[in-house]
Structures are given as structure tokens and as C-alpha cells.
Write a protein that binds this ligand. Structure first.
Ligand SMILES: *Cc1c(COP(=O)(O)O)cnc(C)c1O
Ligand SMILES: [Zn+2]
Length: 363
């Protein structure tokens, strides 16, 4: 049995109601009394839908998927350190966001909703638009009117309706929130079904690494869709008795935009642009929740400079890993901090999306 429960006031809602936020304004979590038993994994499926018993989409006909498969884990040396790399940049739209979008859009289909709203000109927007194209759901994507054409290409290609909003990113979020009074908000930040997809990278690597998790998981963090997903999955593995402690979540942000380190470590506030644009989130809506998770799991926040990110990117592309600069921030963290035990770095986004940026770094 699944339910939606408010993170602020604990009010519960039916999992099959098309709501994405509590009446009090709080965020919804998905709660379940089902345990995650590996015997329930559908081994005939070689991708994250093999975990469908632990994903709150109840009807199999509703599943919207490109038959995504396990993403590889490669052992390699990065900055002289022995690490595992999870190649989530190989997903169909070019980022790990496909995990979240596939689950969220499947739920949309199950609920019989024919049009949705999202705000993102980045990887989340293109991923949601791609799964909507597959499901024949109308995707209305709000983006700042200043967004470059290149960034909108995937959205346009997938047939999304673009709503260009004047002003900054914040203005776009507000416009989307207003419109969400009238249309289902397939938000990768508000909507809890998205996290039910991002959590699968943990189940996947648990199986791939012989039913163990690495000691450290290094990931870029902006709005926290990976971090929160990782937490949900680890908690479920713990409740089912598969692990006794959390891996150390090493949350990577840019020196130029690190709300987590302002709040957790009292670091000086600084907001300027960063090439790690996927994590350049000044006011993450789920900031409190991310801080709770980092404290509970004894995770850490590492910030990296633009120079570090550039070095991280070059280190990787020279070895044949064509990742985008946002993903390189996680690699850069390996240079900045010494971790004990085994380490896995989640490689989140494909460099093909950022060719021009990468080209400018090579010169
Ligand atoms: C979205 C994204 C992230 C960070 O995810 P958050 O949910 O904002 O924490 C990291 N890397 C890439 C490539 C992304 O697209
Ligand atoms: Zn509430």
C-alpha cells in the first residue's frame, strides 16, 4: 500500500489522486509499507523497471519506457585514485533524469492525464518532454525567454509546447506554479514520483556491485533529485535488512553557488555563474529536506572551483568519458577531498549536450 504524505504536516492523500503538493503547501513524500525484497525483482527486465514492485505505478500497461537498460559501472583511475564510475549519461535523453521522468510520466498515464506542465530548459525538461512524446501526453514546458536556442532544441524536437517567460529563472518558476493551478505539475522538484525513479540508481548499483554499496557515493547536487532518490532507496534497503548503514553521500556543488554549504557550514554566500549549470540552483525548494538527509546520513558537501571543474572535465574527456561540465564537478571533488574506502562517482549528463562549452574549454 502506498500513500502520499506531507513532509510538513503529515496529512495523507490517496496515491491515485492527481495532486503534487499538500494543501498546506508542503512537499509530498511517498510512503509505503512494502519492503524491498530482491526476490521481487523482475529479472526478465534488464533496466530499472525490474524494480517495478517498489515503484508506485500500479498498472503495467501504464509504463512509459524505452527499455532503458542498466548503465555500466566502470572501474578506473581518476586523478590517480581508484574509483567506480556509473555511466548514467548514457540514458536516451542524455541524462539520469530519464529515471525520474519515466516513472513520473508513467504515473501521469496511469492517472489518465493528457497534458502536463514542467519548468526547465535543461536536462529535466528535455527528459520529461521525451517521455511525454512516447506517451502521447502534451508537454507544456516553461523556460526563461533568454534561454539559448541550442538548449531548446531537444524540447522543440520532442514536440513540447514552449512557454517563454520574461525575467529570470525564478520568474519562470513562479509562472509555472501559477499555471499549475490548472494543469498537472510534472515538476522534477515538487512531484514525488520523480524521486521514485531517481532512487533506482541505488538498487541498480547494489545489484551490480554484488549486493553491496560503495562506501562513498559522489554526486552533483542542485535541487537534490539524485540525493533525495539515493536516500529513499538506501532507507528502503536498510529497512529490508540489506544494508546496515548509509554510504557517505558526497554532495558536490560549485563554489559559485552552494546553498548547502551556506546553510550547513555557514560558508559565505556567493552567487555567480558556473559552468556546472545543472547545479546552479540558488534557492533549491527542497533545501531543508536535503540538509536533513545530509545530517541524518552523515554526508558531506564539497564545493569546487571553476578551475577544478575544468580540470575534472579534461581528465574525463581525455580518458574517453564524454560528460558535460555539470558532471565534471563530481569528478573535480575527487581532487579536492580524500575519501576512505570504495568510491563511486555518478556521471549524470552527456557531453554531447554541451559541445560548444566543451570546445571552448579545450582551447
Ligand atoms: C539535474 C542534474 C544534476 C543535479 O540534479 P539535482 O536534482 O538538481 O540535484 C546533476 N547533473 C546533471 C547533468 C543534471 O542534469
Ligand atoms: Zn501539509
Amino acid at each position: 500500500m502506498y500513500a502520499l504524505r506531507c513532509h510538513s504536516c503529515n496529512r495523507e492523500y490517496d496515491i491515485n489522486k492527481p495532486i503534487w503538493r499538500c494543501k498546506c503547501g508542503g512537499f509530498l513524500d511517498i510512503v509505503s509499507d512494502e519492503k524491498v525484497y530482491l526476490s521481487l525483482v523482475d529479472k526478465t527486465i534488464n533496466g530499472f523497471w525490474r524494480y517495478k514492485k517498489f515503484i508506485p505505478v500500479l498498472s503495467e500497461e501504464a509504463i512509459v519506457s524505452f527499455n532503458e537498460s542498466f548503465t555500466p559501472i566502470v572501474r578506473d583511475k581518476v586523478f590517480g585514485k581508484d574509483v567506480f564510475l556509473k555511466l548514467d549519461y548514457l540514458f536516451p535523453s542524455g541524462s539520469y533524469k530519464d529515471r525520474g521522468s519515466s516513472v513520473l510520466v508513467s504515473k501521469v498515464k496511469e492517472l489518465g492525464i493528457s497534458k502536463v506542465l514542467e519548468d526547465s530548459s535543461g536536462n529535466a525538461g528535455s527528459s520529461i518532454a521525451m517521455y511525454c512524446a512516447k506517451a502521447n501526453v502534451e508537454a507544456n514546458i516553461f523556460v526563461p525567454s533568454s534561454t539559448s536556442k541550442g538548449k531548446l532544441t531537444q524540447l522543440v524536437a520532442f514536440g513540447a509546447n514552449l512557454k517563454l517567460v520574461k525575467g529570470d529563472r525564478q520568474a519562470t518558476s513562479e509562472a509555472a506554479l501559477n499555471a499549475a493551478e490548472r494543469m498537472y505539475y510534472a515538476s522534477h522538484v515538487y512531484n514525488p514520483f520523480f524521486f521514485e525513479g531517481t532512487k533506482t540508481f541505488i538498487f541498480e548499483l547494489f545489484e551490480q556491485m554484488n549486493f553491496k554499496l560503495p562506501d562513498n557515493i559522489v554526486m552533483p547536487v542542485g535541487n537534490g533529485t539524485l540525493l533525495i532518490g539515493a536516500y529513499i532507496a538506501c532507507k528502503q534497503l536498510m529497512e529490508s535488512g540489506y544494508i546496515d548503514e548509509f554510504p557517505k553521500f558526497v554532495c558536490v556543488q560549485s563554489d559559485n553557488c552552494s546553498p548547502l554549504s551556506y546553510v550547513l557550514y555557514g560558508k559565505e554566500k556567493r552567487y555567480s555563474t558556473t559552468m556546472a549549470e545543472g547545479i546552479a540552483i540558488r534557492n533549491p525548494l527542497r533545501l531543508d529536506q536535503m540538509c536533513e538527509i545530509i545530517k541524518e546520513t552523515k554526508g558531506i558537501v564539497i564545493t569546487v572551483s571553476e578551475e577544478d571543474i575544468k580540470e575534472g572535465l579534461l581528465e574525463m574527456v581525455r580518458k574517453g568519458y564524454y560528460i558535460e561540465p555539470t558532471s565534471a564537478s563530481a569528478i573535480a571533488a575527487l581532487k579536492v577531498v580524500d575519501l576512505t574506502g570504495s568510491t563511486l562517482v555518478e556521471l549524470t549528463g552527456n557531453g554531447l549536450k554541451a559541445n560548444e562549452k566543451i570546445y571552448s574549454l579545450l582551447k
